[in-house]
Design a protein around this ligand. Sequence first.
Ligand code: CUK
Ligand code: CUA
Length: 765
Amino acid sequence: MNLLLKCSAAAAALLSLSLTSTAFGAETLEQLMKRRNLTQKDLMAAAKTYTPTGGRDEFLAFASGGQAGQMIVYGVPSMRIYKYISVFTPEPWQGFGFDEESKKVLAQGKVDGKDLTWGDTHHPAISETNGDYDGQYLFINDKANPRIGVINLHDFETTQIVVNPIMRSEHGGAFVTPNTEYVIETTQYPAPLDGKYAPLEEFNDKFRGAITYWKFNREKGKIEPENSFSIELPPYSQDLADAGKGPSDGWSFNNSFCTERYVGGIERGRPPFEAGCSANDTDLLHVINWKKAAELVKAGKATKINGHDVLSIKTAVEEGILFLIPESKSPHGVDVSPDGKYIIVGGKLDSAVSVFSFDKIMAAIKDKKFSSKDPYGIPIIDMKDALHVQVPLGLGPLHTQFDSKPCVAYTSLYVDSMVAKYDYCEGKVLDKISIHYNIGHLMTMEGDSVHPKGKYLVALNKLAIDRFNPVGPLHPQNHQLIDISGDKMELLYDMPVPLGEPHYVVAISQDKLKPSVRYPYGTDSRTEQKHPQSVRPGSERIDRSPGKVEVFGTLIRSHITPEIVEVEEGDEVIFHLTNAERAEDETHGFAINAHNINLSLEPGKTASARIVADRPGVYPYYCTEFCSALHLEMQGYLMVRPKGTKATAASATSAKEGQTYTKADFDKQWKSCEDTQAVIDQVVGYITSTNYKDFKPVVDLVDDATDQLNFAASAKGKADEFAKQQNWQQATLWAGQWWQYQVKAADIGLRAKTYLEEHGAKKIK
Ligand code: CUK
Ligand code: CUA
């Protein structure tokens, strides 16, 4: 009955809505353009990015979240933000850093035993198979506290953080090798590799850079620190890195700045770092044979620093796996072309990109054609012996991405605030476009894989200045979407990014991502294992031992079991909670007043909240996700009674009910249950008369509705039993619970029915 009422109210609302929209619809497109001051070009741009309701994006972008220590997931071309993924920073919506399981993940990221609750994320990388993005894993680095986070893309959760054992600062990560054998991480500011103190006078001798190759185990989805290794590098400020591919697979490239090895000290009367670190005309591109390095480590040629295998510069030189090439002033990006033949290097204080030829580099190495050595004995290949071409693009070329068309690349021009499109084989500029303002990285679709997809480019601008509604002195970042499908680049859209400074983004075709909708029942999502403390509905319990209370509970629309947890002052209380839902998007939250707890329990997930009940009181707990009509009723009490007071008997319900029910109340409730059942039967009749089994989402919904109806049957049985005993109080309440389950089943049924109607299901009966 209630349902029917709801339906007619909805119909009335719809009717009035359609009337008003007709009134708006009277405006013509021309009038609208005039009113909003839009040009034809604007309309074209809008049509290229607009995604109608229910529509999907062609690509998903994973942006670094900068200082927020998180990641941002957004769609291309709509530029709609879908999600933040917490990596190095606690994030309450996802329960990250609030449930015991994710606290363990964050604790992996402790440095020198200290908890760190942020990161300076710079470069995300998607796992690759044969140089193509495979959509399985995502990696991101932390520049401030050298660490790598591993995110599993089947649920978009961080499952591992590894701390670099020898670095105090890094930048050139995360970059993966073509089959994700290794995740690369390179130092930024040199420091002693053993993590100890050394005076600055000993900079040249004791300070070092390094490059770490983190071994990735794809089956386990984890980095294996014990199988990872590093190569010691000179105390230059190593910068970005990239892995070779195709013919250059097995090699990696990273550039550097401050090869002057200058140490500032402006307060000591010395010129600052910026002067001393940009004095030379060239810095040095590092060329490293990582495949051979891995073999050398296996052969026992590494020495241990802080328990980690490190190949010394000396060994690397002797074994012929480390070379240097001069590169232009203050180099920044280094990017390997999709065919693996060229390495493109930008220069912040330069006006051209240098395109190095891998073939030429190999020829020089083979012929031992070196122009000199650096102070650490590393052979230097003459620039002209390695250079394919230099392309004058404009001021401040930084980063490069590739097009689906062969030989076509895009480079960001920081100083000019432009993107240059050019042919790097021929060394020809093809087009330039202005952006607002001061572009850092740029990103094309799958633009650093072996098969870039073209279509769109996103400019990651450092400054937004006047582009958006002002929101205070701290401005959002500005990501600008550019159409690169034609000969001329076209600016489509400005997107404010409200979270940190995303240095880099990677975008992947959405059809390569296969995220799950629910977890296998009772999963610890942070370890991806069965959670040992998960329970099924019906077997919830509270275990007590001196000083400790453990709650094994479940959540399902719209109640938390148990609803009353009584403990004594001083008890340690651990809630292990499982979301028993199977339905898509039926996440429940779990918050307890005054104890800094919020869990996110997605369907099938188990998570634990640990608190110390050190203050007597009454603490409501409740579900923080608006999950159902009776979400607000999804509640309970943590009762912390004063130390030494007597416990309430576990079975007793000493609670006083606010209302008394009679037989008439029972009959009324029973009748509305029967009416609702008629509605359900109708919907079920409709669904089963179609080919609904051909629609996976509907099959899932039907499963879920069946669950609800089973719960309904059990509640109905209890109501029936109490009615026989003429206990109208319990009978009415259980009949009410029956109705609750029916409403949920009906709600799911109607969703299934709508889906079938919208997707052209066929009648089969
Ligand atoms: S960096 Cu920021 S603009 Cu960390 Cu890749 Cu170049
Ligand atoms: Cu569960 Cu609200």
